[in-house]
Design a protein around this ligand. Structure first.
Ligand code: NDP
Ligand code: 2IT
Length: 450
């Protein structure tokens, strides 16, 4: 049996019940075959892939908190520290009822490759809780975040592990966690968390970095395809932070976002979500915690399609899922192909496409840009924040944007070059995995068996 198959079987045996994690491990190891085959015997001897697929540390902890009526609750918290070969662990914190160990592990595993692609010295981690922020009061949110940090503080630090936000965990929650961290450790170590508000060490431009970065990636890809963002129509999903940033930058570059979605359905605005009033309304909807995209349709008098996803139903040049995992499933992919609207899928959310749907797209000649490359601008900007905190200075928004632009251009180039080097030109999924793995493996090899 080949070494890759051997390790896939071992991981399946150990972690086969962790669906999301297994999907990511399978996708990544399949693409690494040409790299591993070059030196298979050696890698087997040093158990390279076994080490690559086993987190360095997983902390699981109880998060007790008291609601406004005096009732106590208990949630489960995690921090998965996957790999620190190229730098301290780095990755977001997700507060969402769908959070499980499998979700944490898949996100941390992906983060290791994504962070490496940025070219910055950060390893991979992820954390979170199955806590549902929906409908919670300010006091409840604060007490929950403080309780979460009361355990998390043991595992983090500017040179150890720097968490940031993710679904359900924004600037406000990071602020509550930073306040508690500061009280516990008794020092102003603001490099231990990123995504902070600007007055206590947050970086300008972090809020838009993921969406802007994704758009810069599209710009590079379009350059190769002989296209421009100007005059192109985009169908997005979600209406959160990432969707908002992407909509802003696409509009600024002359493109038109004509659809967004929420858990309740999708909105079709053929004129485009292209005025400051419309774009800012996305933030308002997100902040309201109502989780209804229908509010947009009601306010601006456009079509709302209850309970449906926009995939294959909206005629746009580019599809960009920006909400959550498993958003595009096989039936959505088939509908997209049947309708023949778009052949470009830009993944922005983490794992927004099921493996079956990705395989279908690839078999049918679609261009698929993988999320670990496309959404890396967010974590890159988080690393800029860590650097500014370490140097005790602040960069201007223009400086940050310029650096972000360079990072995204390099990611696109490196992904493309790796795909060509390993004989799969144009395959950005394999290219992203191979480009990152080359560097992580080199770092792991240099540090011996550890
Ligand atoms: P937000 O919480 O701000 O927004 C996500 C929004 O999408 C929520 O309103 C959510 O509603 C909604 N949503 C959830 N499921 C669906 C669905 N099936 N269809 C349509 N809408 C849905 O998160 P972000 O914008 O920050 O993150 C979006 C994605 O991007 C995530 O996958 C995240 O991991 C990824 N990402 C984020 C980065 C960042 O910097 N923020 C960086 C890199 C990646 P509900 O609460 O009801 O689920
Ligand atoms: O998925 C991600 O890359 C994030 N949620 C951002 C992580 C970070 O450390 O900024």
């Amino acid at each position: 049996m080949s070494y890759v198959d051997d390790v896939l079987a071992k991981v399946e045996q150990k972690d086969g019940n962790e669906k999301e994690f297994m999907q990511t491990v399978r996708e990544v190891l399949e693409s690494l075959r040409p790299l591993i085959e070059k030196n298979e015997e050696h890698y087997r001897k040093v158990a390279l892939l076994e080490r690559l697929t086993e987190p360095e540390k997983i902390a699981t902890f109880r998060v007790p908190w008291v609601d406004d009526n005096g009732q106590a609750h208990v949630n489960r918290g995690w921090r998965v520290q996957f790999n620190s070969a190229i730098g301290p662990y780095k990755g977001g914190i997700r507060f969402h009822p769908t959070v499980t160990l499998s979700v944490m592990k898949f996100l941390a595993f992906e983060q290791m490759f994504k962070n490496c692609l940025t070219g910055l010295p950060i390893g991979g981690g992820k954390g979170g809780s199955d806590f549902n922020p929906k409908g919670k009061s300010e006091g409840e949110m604060m007490r929950f975040c403080q309780s979460f940090m009361t355990e998390l503080y043991r595992y983090i630090g500017p040179d150890l592990d720097c968490p940031a936000g993710d679904l359900g965990c924004g600037t406000k929650e990071i602020g509550y966690m930073f306040g508690q961290y500061k009280r516990i450790v008794g020092e102003y170590k603001n490099g231990a968390l990123s995504g902070k508000a600007v007055p206590y060490g947050g970086s300008l431009g972090r809020d838009t970095a993921t969406g802007y970065g994704a758009t810069y990636f599209v710009q590079e890809l379009f350059h190769d395809l002989g296209k421009t963002i100007e005059g192109t129509t985009f169908c997005l999903s979600g209406f959160g932070n990432v969707c908002w940033g992407a909509t802003k930058k696409i509009t600024e570059l002359g493109g038109k976002v004509i659809a967004i979605s929420g858990p309740d359905g999708y909105v079709y605005d053929p004129e485009g979500i292209n005025t400051p009033e419309k774009i800012d309304y996305l933030v308002e909807m997100r902040m309201s915690l109502r989780d209804r995209v229908q509010d947009y349709a009601d306010k601006f008098g456009v079509e709302f399609h209850a309970g449906e996803k926009p995939w294959g139903r909206v005629n746009a040049d580019v599809y960009m899922p920006c909400a959550t995992q498993n958003d595009i499933r096989i039936d959505d992919a088939q509908r997209i192909a049947e309708e023949g609207h778009s052949k470009i899928i830009i993944e922005v959310a983490n794992m927004p496409t099921t493996q079956e749907a990705v395989d279908f797209f690839v078999e049918n000649g679609f261009i698929v840009a993988p999320s670990k490359a496309v959404n890396a601008g967010g974590v890159a900007c988080s690393e800029f924040e860590m650097s500014q905190n370490a140097m005790k200075l602040s960069w201007t928004a223009e400086e940050v944007d310029q650096k972000l632009h360079v990072v995204m251009k390099n990611i696109y180039r490196n992904v493309k070059a790796a795909a060509e080097k390993y004989g799969c030109p144009g395959d950005m999924i394999a290219g992203a995995n191979l480009a990152a793995a080359e560097k992580i493996i080199e770092a792991m090899e240099g540090q011996g068996i550890c």
